[in-house]
Design a protein around this ligand. Structure first.
Ligand code: PLP
Ligand code: COI
Length: 365
């Protein structure tokens, strides 16, 4: 945005947008991250020159020299946020300012050039505006935006790159979990950890996800949907899932989630649910929870519900948790009343059906 409030991004419309009938077919049942809109945003960074050549352009392959640094040393960060259609017409983004801030923090941790928050916000607004016909209408669906940044300097020395490409793509999405979100089963990873103190756990960098894939593959082999990681030091306390934060609900109606201590992602959904739960008069604790306690509480009935949360997963009930020597069902294995209430409170705001008391929606058009 320049001083007059006009976009600093140039617009180059796609000459071959997907025909409307094909787009409508994709929007009916989009799945997660398989279909993509017509445009993307690209902005370049060069040391000494700053951010330049920002544009909204036709979605296309990225030309990369084989020595491009990100291909070798994984200097990469990303974000995930959604745009929702509003009942009165138009569309809004949910807490994009929080994504902009987290993206900047991730950049600092990965020794990359931090993108100014205003440019991040301008880029996501511009893409949603350009590809507005790609926002699906069905309940539970949205246009998922994936801003990311890669080191584009072509060189093999190990150092922070002097050139970066920031890019945003958009994908119409429905449920993250195949078969909806009735109650997922988690696999407790005993062989792998996700992040250690001093590592990159609180940054949203591709490397965290690459390192989680062997554990996630193990979970799938064990017939589970997602891996849940324990802390790296004591291998005792629950941290988070491969791509989601986790909450526990107790028989006294209180809820608990692992504290942010540098090793887990500070989820924006997590933060929003803490606020909404407190609005509803629910006691919320951000305190460590051990896997042994989880097993004991599931067996005694003290733990009545558990759920995963994230932009992609929204709020997904956890039905069961499995390890190499145990299996525990939580409550009746489905969505309990507290999970259902919190999910509805969040979705009602995101979809513009409830008053946005915290100013979380940013209208795009
Ligand atoms: N934890 C991990 C590892 C994630 O990948 C995500 C998803 O972004 C989350 C938590 C939830 O974060 P958010 O609610 O900001 O999407
Ligand atoms: C998100 O929720 O935005 C994520 O990045 C998580 C991943 C499972 C897609």
């Amino acid at each position: 945005m320049n001083k007059e409030g006009q976009s600093t991004l140039s617009i180059e419309k796609s000459l071959i947008p997907l025909p409307p009938a094909e787009r409508s077919a994709l929007l009916q049942n989009p799945g997660f991250g398989r279909a993509f809109s017509d445009h993307m945003v690209t902005i370049r960074y060069t040391e000494g020159r700053g951010w330049h050549d920002g544009k909204v352009e036709a979605r296309a392959n990225l030309p990369l020299d084989p020595s491009t640094m990100v291909l070798h040393y994984a200097q990469e960060i990303f974000e995930g946020l959604k745009a929702y259609r509003l009942p009165q017409g138009g569309a809004a983004l949910f807490r994009p300012d929080a994504n902009a801030r987290r993206f900047r923090n991730s950049a600092v941790r990965l020794a990359m050039a931090p993108l100014p928050d205003e440019l991040f916000l301008e880029s996501v607004h511009a893409l949603v505006s350009e590809d507005r016909d790609w926002i699906p209408e069905a309940e539970g669906s949205a246009l998922y935006l994936r801003p990311f940044m890669v080191a584009t300097e072509a060189a093999l020395g190990v150092k922070p790159a002097s050139e970066y490409l920031y890019c945003v793509i958009a994908s119409p999405v429905g449920s993250y979990f195949k078969g909806g979100a009735a109650g997922v089963t988690l696999w407790v990873s005993e062989n792998y950890i996700r992040a250690a103190p001093g590592g990159t756990g609180e940054a949203k960098c591709g490397g965290n996800y690459a390192a989680s894939l062997a554990a996630q593959a193990e979970a799938i082999r064990q017939g589970c949907d997602q891996v849940v990681f324990l802390d790296a030091v004591e291998r005792k306390y629950v941290e988070e899932l491969g791509g989601m934060n986790v909450f526990f609900v107790f028989e006294d109606g209180s809820i608990q989630t692992p504290p942010l201590g540098g090793t887990i992602l500070p989820g924006i959904t997590r933060d929003s649910l803490i606020v909404l739960a407190r609005d509803l008069g629910i006691t919320v604790r951000e305190e460590p929870y051990s896997i042994d306690q989880w097993r004991a509480d599931a067996a005694s009935g003290r733990l009545t519900e558990a759920f995963a949360c994230g932009t992609a997963a929204v709020v997904t009930p956890i039905g069961k948790v499995k390890g190499s020597s145990f299996e525990a069902t939580i409550g009746d294995g489905g969505a309990g009343p507290v999970t259902t209430k919190l999910k509805a409170a969040l979705l009602d705001i995101q979809n513009g059906r409830a008053e946005d008391r915290h100013g979380w929606l940013q209208r795009v058009f």
